[in-house]
Design a binder for this molecule. Structure first.
Ligand code: FAD
Length: 395
């Protein structure tokens, strides 16, 4: 069996579905393949997203996938000092707490409604190449192996991505550039559903603990720790359990879900394209290295990739020069922020608890317009220049 499409998208996460939608909208015959049997399941996510970007990728907020709308975020330092930030000024994980499975399914539905075909239980197992150009993928479904020929391949196959590697792109990550995550969904917790909470300090070496409220007494409570700072992935759970035990508002909760997973906290890949190939979202290491959030960047990059695929097919041009339009498009939009936050992550991961306390305390006393790392540093610099001296290079 051999299938043939203009565009094949590997992976039906947010990045893949948005890419498939925009490729189909541009008139390309598009197939999205997903190795899992049900899109969006099992969930491996804190489920926090901001509101303001949804419009950019044609997503209407919907009660179907919004579990809770929050007013803002609270950053809690090791000594308990709380900085409260309004939702509109907080980062990309604050605004809605979502049902990620329904969210992912909704995006896949949008792709299908735009004309893309979707095949679940179908894994890419290799790539096809002709004359130095990627010309499709090898796939396996229900025990059958077949080729899917395509003019463009969009690889949105997530953190454990293989398509880029098969094509010869270096996607390796160093242990210090990976966070090991563990999360419980706890029912019966005593929380304020108006805020997402971020606990920082050495309770989570090189990362943080989050509480994303899904309702009055239900929340995702999770941790990300820098892999280079722990002996094995089990240690992330140990740090989280220790934290929960010390917080009666969480320890009274009963877990109804437990998940483990990895996120890249690296700079984005130096190359995300080859003739006929574009890498999107986690596969291209587009996760924010400070927050570990990646849904937003995956969707934005997915849109740009889908649109470039449309132009490539229209002009029958699958060359590197055409793919560079994608490379430039996503880099213009997010690269500077990702690099700055990568350098910031490197510094933050070396701070001690006393410095975290001083920083958060200083942040409560200055007027911040937004919660980007740069805005935070600039605001602190005005009042407490000595405190941000070692961060001056970022400003
Ligand atoms: C514990 C945890 C908590 C997180 N919390 C948040 C958060 O609160 N907010 C946020 O913004 N981000 C969060 N993230 C990150 C976020 O989940 C990712 O950035 C986001 O899912 C990226 O989307 P994507 O489409 O690039 O990849 P994914 O969503 O990972 O989708 C990739 C898809 O490709 C499929 N696939 C893989 N290989 C193949 C193959 N060979 N053939 C076919 N299909 C394949 C996979 O099954 C998957 O469905 C979290 C991550 C983790 C691990």
């Amino acid at each position: 069996m051999e299938l043939e499409y203009d565009v094949v998208v590997v992976g039906a996460g947010p990045g893949g579905s948005v890419a498939a939608k925009y490729a189909a909208m541009a008139g390309c015959s598009t197939l999205m393949i997903e190795k899992r049997q049900e899109i969006g399941t099992p969930v491996r996510c804190g489920e926090g997203i901001a509101k303001r970007w949804l419009d950019d990728v044609g997503i209407e907020p919907s009660k179907k996938w919004i579990a809770n709308e929050v007013d803002g975020a609270r950053i809690i330092s090791p000594n308990g000092t709380i900085l409260t930030v309004d939702e509109s000024r907080a980062g990309n994980e604050c605004g809605f707490v979502i049902h990620r499975d329904v969210f992912d399914m909704t995006l896949a539905q949008q792709a299908a409604s735009a004309g893309a075909e979707v095949m679940v239980k179908t894994s890419a197992t290799g790539i096809m190449r002709e004359d130095g150009r990627i010309t499709g993928v090898r796939a396996r479904s229900m025990g059958r192996e077949f080729n899917i020929k395509s003019k463009i391949v969009i690889a949105a196959d997530g953190f454990e991505s293989q398509v880029g590697r098969w094509a010869g792109i270096n996607t390796n990550l160093k242990p210090k550039d990976v966070d090991s995550c563990y999360e419980y969904t706890l029912v019966g917790v005593d929380i304020d559903r108006r805020y997402t909470d971020f606990f920082i300090g050495n309770i989570a070496p090189g990362g943080y603990i989050w509480m994303f409220p899904k309702g009055n007494d239900i929340a995702n409570v999770g941790i990300g720790v820098q892999t280079s700072k722990i002996k094995g992935p089990g240690e992330a759970k140990m740090y989280l359990d220790r934290f929960i035990q010390k917080h009666p508002e969480f320890s009274k909760g009963k877990p109804i879900m437990e998940i483990a997973g990895g996120v890249s906290i690296s700079p984005p890949l130096e190359r995300t394209t080859l003739p006929g190939l574009m890498l999107v979202g986690d596969a291209a290491r587009m996760i924010d290295p400070v927050t570990g959030g990646g849904i937003y960047n995956a969707c934005i990059a997915g849109r740009i990739a889908g649109e470039v695929a449309g132009r490539a097919v229209e002009n029958a041009d699958y060359s590197q020069k055409m793919m560079d339009a994608y490379e430039k498009g996503w880099r213009d939009r997010m690269e500077e922020h990702l690099y700055r936050n990568y350098l910031m992550k490197e510094k933050i991961s070396r701070l001690d608890d006393a410095t975290f306390d001083r920083l958060v305390e200083a942040m409560t006393k200055v007027d911040m317009k937004r919660m980007t790392t740069l805005d935070i540093l600039r605001a602190i610099q005005q009042k407490y220049p000595d405190l941000v001296k070692e961060f001056e290079e970022f400003m």
